[in-house]
Design a protein around this ligand. Sequence first.
Ligand SMILES: *[C@@H]1O[C@H](CO)[C@@H](O)[C@H](O)[C@H]1NC(C)=O
Ligand SMILES: *[C@@H]1O[C@H](CO)[C@@H](O)[C@H](O)[C@H]1NC(C)=O
Ligand SMILES: *[C@@H]1O[C@H](CO)[C@@H](O)[C@H](O)[C@H]1NC(C)=O
Ligand SMILES: *[C@@H]1O[C@H](CO)[C@@H](O)[C@H](O)[C@H]1NC(C)=O
Ligand SMILES: *[C@@H]1O[C@H](CO)[C@@H](O)[C@H](O)[C@H]1NC(C)=O
Ligand SMILES: *[C@@H]1O[C@H](CO)[C@@H](O)[C@H](O)[C@H]1NC(C)=O
Ligand SMILES: *[C@@H]1O[C@H](CO)[C@@H](O)[C@H](O)[C@H]1NC(C)=O
Ligand SMILES: *[C@@H]1O[C@H](CO)[C@@H](O)[C@H](O)[C@H]1NC(C)=O
Ligand SMILES: *[C@@H]1O[C@H](CO)[C@@H](O)[C@H](O)[C@H]1NC(C)=O
Ligand SMILES: *[C@@H]1O[C@H](CO)[C@@H](O)[C@H](O)[C@H]1NC(C)=O
Ligand SMILES: *[C@@H]1O[C@H](CO)[C@@H](O)[C@H](O)[C@H]1NC(C)=O
Length: 701
Amino acid sequence: RKVSGGAAGLGPVVGGSLNCVSFSSGVCWANSVERKIYIPLNRTAPCVRLLNATHQVGCQSSMNGDTGVIHVVEKDQDLNWVLADGPHPPYMVLLEGELFTRELMLRLKGTSRVSGLAVAISKPSPPRGFSPGLQCPNDGFGVYDSDYGPQYAHCNWTVWNPLGNGLSYEDFHFPIFLLEDANETQVIKQCYQDHNLPRNGSGPEYPLCAMQLFAHMHAVTNTVTCMRRNSIQSTFSLSPEVVCDPLSDSNVWSTLKPINASRKMDPADEVVIVATRIDSHSFFWNVAPGAESAVSSFVAHLAAAEALHKVPDALTLPRNIMFTFFQGETFDYIGSSRMVYDMERNKFPVRLENIHSFLELSQVALRNSSALWVHTDPVSGRNESVRPQVRALVETLLNSSLGVNVTLQEVSQSQPLPPSSFQRFLRARPIPGAVLADHRAAFQNRYYQSVYDTAENILMRYPEGLSPEETLDYVTDTAQSLAEVATVVARALYQLAGGTGNTSAIQADPRTVSRMLYGFLIKTNNSWFQSIIKQDLKGLLGDEPPQHYIAVSYPVNTTQLVQFVLANLTGTVVNFTKEECLNPERAPGADKEMYDYTWVQGSREPNSTSRVPFCVQSTVHLTKALSPAFELKEWGSTEYSTWTESRWKDIRARIFLVASKELEIITLVVGIAILVLSLLATYFINAKAHVLFSSPGDVAY
Ligand SMILES: *[C@@H]1O[C@H](CO)[C@@H](O)[C@H](O)[C@H]1NC(C)=O
Ligand SMILES: *[C@@H]1O[C@H](CO)[C@@H](O)[C@H](O)[C@H]1NC(C)=O
Ligand SMILES: *[C@@H]1O[C@H](CO)[C@@H](O)[C@H](O)[C@H]1NC(C)=O
Ligand SMILES: *[C@@H]1O[C@H](CO)[C@@H](O)[C@H](O)[C@H]1NC(C)=O
Ligand SMILES: *[C@@H]1O[C@H](CO)[C@@H](O)[C@H](O)[C@H]1NC(C)=O
Ligand SMILES: *[C@@H]1O[C@H](CO)[C@@H](O)[C@H](O)[C@H]1NC(C)=O
Ligand SMILES: *[C@@H]1O[C@H](CO)[C@@H](O)[C@H](O)[C@H]1NC(C)=O
Ligand SMILES: *[C@@H]1O[C@H](CO)[C@@H](O)[C@H](O)[C@H]1NC(C)=O
Ligand SMILES: *[C@@H]1O[C@H](CO)[C@@H](O)[C@H](O)[C@H]1NC(C)=O
Ligand SMILES: *[C@@H]1O[C@H](CO)[C@@H](O)[C@H](O)[C@H]1NC(C)=O
Ligand SMILES: *[C@@H]1O[C@H](CO)[C@@H](O)[C@H](O)[C@H]1NC(C)=O
């Protein structure tokens, strides 16, 4: 998070290289130094520092940014120049996306000849796959440990993300930026080609093209250290300087049948929980497209919620259904661990004892020959009282896929659960549950938690030449396939909730799925999202592909959009005025405890510039997704997530030409000389001012 207020940046004089603009222009040499103009890079994303209980990971620059001569590395051999041969270290490496591997990064880490790195995003995505996440995501925070299924701990049984190179969890002592725009990369390469290429066997001549990256981080060491510093500061300082913030946001939840949110549920009431995560991550800050790792599954979840709300007997089912969207799961299950914590402490309307069963949608978009795998927990499955319920749950799921183009299959009953929010519930209580995924063992997703987990990764393709409105509604094969998954989930939930009617009428709408995929992966600024958000939140919408990083200021875009979409799909339009909608206690027939009311801006009428706003009544709620470790001030917790994000003041990148060190020193010396001279002159003029500037009137005759 950027520190608010304060100086936005430091002047060029204190930067890594000297700059003649800062001296009076007369000092500048009549050569290239004069043309040393900064070109800011406008489309970049930095790697920032994150901390947990014991480590710091990520990147940072020195206080005033790091500077180096640019060297473009397009193949492995180009690295020799940087690591050994080049005469002008330190170097700023411009790396092709495919070469951004663990092996190469460890080589760069081990040298002092590198001052920073800019990674060009590769298009198309690297064919070998790329995942900067861990091979065993969220290890140690799930259910398996030395007491619970020790043979499954630390992914001993299945390595879920074999392509994970763990780069996101390494600590780098130099800045690393992503170049998101091919044109900007080209500008840098051109500058490199014009100035830095070795010529005729000898090294290149000054001036050279250089890059400067600013990404200084305030927090160091680990969360324990930075949180302690925060709390000392806030105790003793009037203007405390916070150095790190816990990653936190909000979970979104709603129920099929409205419940009184300010009261605990009756112990006899049962609820079926359906869950997905809504956040993702990549090596770079706030770059988290998460198409397969988050979006596809929460979109299927939303579509299932819509389908269930249309069922005629939805409100008379014996059990309730709770739709739950967890935030921050990427970072050791922030959202789910908080909800379990709240349930255990009676701070949530639903108690753990009310949970009848649990169904989680994990990654579901990359189905191989329509297969969808049912994962269950082998350890709780051995409990005599839980086993029959798990079997019934699995049977229900298998039955629900009849007549739908989804082949549900059970994985071996001795295989552990993949990383999932459900594991946090199992830690608390042996709840019957299952996780649905498109993978049997290792992930299908070859770009887990990377910048390449985009719409292309889940094979979303639109025909050429569609208008934005047509694209919004165009049903891709991916949307069709996710709608089928949603249909299965909705039918299974209906039966789990005790529904006895015919399930073949329950059907998820492929058009809704298409619109959601478009909105959450391609462009949030579309006519549908425009019509369903609150008027004062227009800033949520943009024309860039949205990112799903949890961040530290809540609620983030994704959370709010999921909230509005869920309200639109499951709520009803009520005939309230704006006044009544914003203050439902004044509205006749409103029920503030059971429902949430949102005044949305509505769609634009054809041929008109104005919108027709209306009031939506839904059961959608937000609840805090801040790790209990911070609630308990246990910053060294191994039970709960301890991830924090450092604060920073200034993040930016620029390129410019540097003169040789000698020339810079001469510039500096001359600059200082002139400064001294002018100081002397000023002093002299000051001292003799009465003589020099005395007005004629003062002169005594
Ligand atoms: C913190 O993160 C590092 C790097 O991923 C990891 O090795 C370490 O086990 C983590 N510490 C805790 C307490 O989870
Ligand atoms: C790059 O530049 C070309 C030509 O100036 C332009 O057509 C294209 O849209 C630009 N690409 C991006 C991603 O800005
Ligand atoms: C970034 O934007 C500035 C101002 O619009 C422009 O001068 C500069 O050339 C841009 N940078 C690149 C690399 O295109
Ligand atoms: C490189 O060498 C060639 C022939 O020896 C010469 O014509 C050319 O000017 C040289 N280029 C530079 C940049 O020195
Ligand atoms: C909801 O619960 C509160 C607190 O128990 C109670 O005062 C209120 O009447 C309840 N509302 C409804 C609609 O049941
Ligand atoms: C089985 O689960 C129930 C709760 O569902 C629990 O009370 C019981 O202790 C468990 N039995 C074993 C052997 O763990
Ligand atoms: C939220 O969306 C807007 C519009 O796309 C964007 O400018 C802003 O950076 C986003 N915020 C975050 C935290 O991603
Ligand atoms: C969103 O799109 C509308 C046109 O539909 C446009 O007028 C508006 O400027 C866009 N907003 C943003 C933030 O790009
Ligand atoms: C949902 O959005 C659609 C399209 O904007 C609108 O027609 C419909 O009335 C909305 N429904 C609710 C319940 O908000
Ligand atoms: C909505 O409410 C207004 C006044 O509160 C009333 O005049 C109007 O007829 C109502 N419309 C519908 C469709 O009930
Ligand atoms: C909108 O304007 C177009 C042309 O200006 C006209 O043909 C059309 O009938 C109008 N539609 C409505 C709903 O007024």
